[in-house]
Write a protein that binds this ligand. Sequence first.
Ligand SMILES: NC(=O)C1=CN([C@@H]2O[C@H](COP(=O)(O)OP(=O)(O)OC[C@H]3O[C@@H](n4cnc5c(N)ncnc54)[C@H](O)[C@@H]3O)[C@@H](O)[C@H]2O)C=CC1
Ligand SMILES: O=C(O)CCC(=O)C(=O)O
Length: 368
Amino acid sequence: MDMFEQIREHEQVVFCNDEATGLKAIIAIHSTRLGPALGGCRMYPYKSVDDALEDVLRLSKGMTYKCAAADVDFGGGKAVIIGDPTKDKSPELFRAFGQFVESIQGRFYTGTDMGTDPEDFVHALKETNCIVGVDEVYGGSGDSSVPTAQGVIFGLQATSKALWDTDDLSGKSYAIQGLGKVGYKVAEYLLENGADLYVTDINQKAIDQIVQKAKEMGAGIKVVGSEEIYSQPADIFIPCAMGGIINDDTIPQLQVKAVVGSANNQLKEERHGHSLQEKGILYAPDYIVNAGGLIQVADELYSPNKERVLKKTKAIYNSLLNVYSHAEREGITTMEAANKFCENRIEARTRRNSFFSHMKRPKWAVRM
Ligand SMILES: NC(=O)C1=CN([C@@H]2O[C@H](COP(=O)(O)OP(=O)(O)OC[C@H]3O[C@@H](n4cnc5c(N)ncnc54)[C@H](O)[C@@H]3O)[C@@H](O)[C@H]2O)C=CC1
Ligand SMILES: O=C(O)CCC(=O)C(=O)O
């Protein structure tokens, strides 16, 4: 496909190559209509550059919607590093990445995502200030997976309210895919709150950790294989690993009543939202549920305040209930309802920005 055709919805795509450190990264800026682009950096051993490009384009577009839904004045962007996070990381590689981010001159801010940790970005921070989500001791707001996991829990409560008229998550069973930074925290919360779990991860260490935790608490947990997670007789499926996992192969296997998780881009294609609806499975649009991390890092760029972050993260509960009722009223999928809401908000915000604003005057024209 023609490259410009492929990136036609995006403002800018930057390929970053540094032979000395082995860095191969792509930064995609989908939209800066609401503000500078903001989105984490994923590290993954993509099979091809095409796969990496497709992922970063989809992820960055999702960030535009996520920013609009969470009502933060940032745009959509994302970065991917092609490499194995268990083998290919080095301080130099992240410093080189930081230099590339700096070269974009403030149009793109980034931090952790799947395969990267706050510590990685301490190296990048030596080269650019456009880094978010590092520990407080380095001037950041701390691990953004904490509010992301909180947001998933608010999303589970809202979904439980819609399905069973209660916020109480106890006494139900949940199938969790991925026990990393977000998935583990959600799993731990559910175990502590009297739920039964089916879990899977490709990392044995992550499994051992949650099984040990469940044992200590005498809670119910069953470990299943990567492919078996879809067919477990749980009440809710919680995807917290890769995207594209709701697809033609997995939908027929699902026995759950709802899908609520942190993974970005869970629906392989938009039509899979319809397939879930036809099967009577309630789908919580991913970018609404997993906005907690974004809310924290966006707040960090003003003046960080944990209470404000929690308040905005809590709003995920009502946003989701609104999306569910809007979708039901209009006879559309929950993803269509969420997209419509975000597109309207972006239009409204942009219209507002066309009014005269003192800030929009060129610096030289402002009388000091
Ligand atoms: N960390 C954050 O604050 C946010 C994360 N997300 C999304 O949530 C998802 C999880 O993110 P993190 O927990 O930060 O990533 P992570 O890298 O810490 O954890 C992902 C886990 O999934 C496992 N995994 C990978 N492939 C798997 C497979 N096929 N089957 C089962 N397990 C598999 C990994 O071994 C790892 O334990 C990603 O899609 C990410 O983009 C979205 C918003 C914010
Ligand atoms: O968590 C972050 O550091 C930024 C937000 C993000 O990338 C995401 O929500 O996917």
